[in-house]
Design a protein around this ligand. Structure first.
Ligand code: GDP
Ligand code: IMO
Ligand code: MG
Length: 424
């Protein structure tokens, strides 16, 4: 029996989808524990590209079961769209996907409120994915949210919907009467999913703890990255859930004593989508080069990702917060052509040297990265599958990272395809 967490160590899009796809070979159940359809996890199998937003990546393996835990906010339209798309691609999802009865629903008004919220913030907007994630979690914490179990009881659902629309009156004040009616209608339409959803509904805690008792291997798949965590991320430029390892327990009902391993996925450089500080960000020339070589465009919104060099100060924070025991390095091939590769080993903030990532955004905005130049390998490593075939300079780059972070690297990804992988 093993229970492992796979999570992003940076600002998301580290390649978690690909890594989960590989690691779920050794797992029975793959679990999403936070976030919602804001995620975009890409898996490339032969020449087929799959992008999963809500459903755990394990769904692509016919013998694996998937669970959407209580910590996820569920967009039913997106869930069934994704299930239908998988079916059209020949993937049988029957009796393979289970959804927690306690997961909160993302309602049509959440998306609308998020849009207004972002508009009102003007320059200070977060740059969210506009999937309604923030307002859905806000209702959860505000204790007015509508959960999966509520949908199964139409009267209760309608009662809660009425209350929510009443409570959101001030937000929706600018809508016309007919727009408000449409919103109510759209919300009520979610009841059409009741019959399809019913067979999938479980208590994720009971389901997963029984599986653990029966010796099953469980893989938790995080969405987003540690620096987007609501507590440990670059607040307020964060996502409203616990993306870090602790979130796996809260978001599924599995106790911390069952977690055997925390695997941190590190992109060989750094990217970020949306607003917020990014100390090693590169502008124009080099940034665009990384963006182009790494094909850095959001899997959910298509927005170009901001790009910069690897930041070991940030990663040190991620290792500490998550208790990371093993690392996976992805997209190493994107660095193939660089003569030297700068790696951030510290920050300088108003004449002060910092070796810990600051919590406060004002300090962070004043941080200048201190770089160590590591020699590049200047040859293609694309698709390599054997560690010994890596050029010495690529090995040195990896060695530098694992020594500084004091965590071993056990997988290196050399391309987007499943087989373009080195297991160390
Ligand atoms: P996730 O959100 O962490 O699952 O990552 P995304 O899927 O949003 O973004 C990662 C992107 O990099 C996807 O397009 C992957 O297909 C691609 N990718 C993953 N690993 C590698 C790699 O080692 N090399 C290259 N070139 N691309 C990769
Ligand atoms: P995966 O799972 C990268 C970012 C958004 C925005 C901030 C808040 O593919 O790594 P939200 O819609 O969550 O309220 O937006 O978080 N963000 C992501 N960035 N990858 C993701 O997911 C992200 N999910 C949210 O761009 O800056
Ligand atoms: Mg992504």
């Amino acid at each position: 029996m093993s229970v492992r967490i796979v999570l992003g160590t940076q600002w998301g899009d580290e390649g978690k989808g690909k890594v989960v796809d590989i690691l779920c070979e050794e797992s029975d159940i793959v679990v999403r524990y936070q976030g919602g359809a804001n995620a975009g996890h890409t898996v490339v199998i032969n020449n087929d590209k799959f992008i999963l937003h809500l459903i755990p990546t394990g769904i692509l393996h016919p013998d694996k079961t998937c669970v959407i835990g209580n910590g996820v906010v569920l967009d039913l339209d997106q869930l069934f769209l994704e299930l239908d798309e998988l079916k059209n691609k020949g993937i049988n999802t029957n009796e393979r996907l289970f959804v927690s009865d306690s997961a909160h629903l993302v309602m049509p008004y959440h998306k609308l409120i998020e849009e207004l919220n972002e508009q009102n913030k003007g320059e200070d907007k977060i740059g969210t994915t506009k999937k309604g994630i923030g307002p859905a979690y806000l209702d959860k914490i505000g204790r007015t949210g509508i959960r999966v179990a509520d949908l199964l009881d139409s009267d209760l659902f309608n009662k809660k919907l009425k209350l929510n629309l009443e409570l959101k009156k001030s937000w929706l004040a600018n809508l016309s009467y007919s727009q408000l009616k449409d919103l109510e209608k759209e919300s009520k339409e979610l009841l059409k999913f009741k019959e399809r959803l019913l067979p999938m509904v479980v208590d994720s805690s009971v389901y997963l703890n029984n599986a653990i008792k029966n010796g099953k291997n469980i893989l938790f798949e995080s969405a987003q990255g540690t620096l987007l965590d609501i507590d440990f991320g670059t607040y307020p430029y964060a996502t409203p859930s616990h993306t870090s390892a602790g979130g796996a327990c809260i978001g599924s009902g599995v106790g911390p004593t069952f977690i055997d391993e925390v695997i941190g996925v590190v992109k060989a450089y750094t990217t970020r989508v949306g607003n917020g500080p990014f100390p090693t960000e590169l502008n124009e020339g080099m940034g665009e080069m990384l963006q182009k070589k790494g094909d850095e465009f959001g899997a959910t919104t298509g927005r170009p990702r901001r790009c910069g060099w690897l930041d070991l100060v940030l990663l040190k924070r991620s290792v500490r917060i998550n208790g990371i025991s093993k690392l996976v390095i992805t997209k190493l091939d994107v660095l193939d052509e660089f003569e030297t590769i700068p790696v951030c080993v510290g920050y300088k903030c108003k004449d002060k040297n910092l070796d810990e990532f600051p919590n406060d955004i004002k300090t962070l905005n004043n941080c200048e990265p201190v770089y160590k130049e590591v020699p590049g390998w200047e040859e293609s490593i694309k698709g390599l599958t054997n560690y010994n075939d890596l050029p010495d300079k690529a090995k040195s780059y990896l060695d530098f990272i694992q020594k500084r972070l004091e965590v071993p690297i056990f997988i290196i990804s050399t391309g987007s395809k499943r087989e373009e992988t080195i297991i160390v």
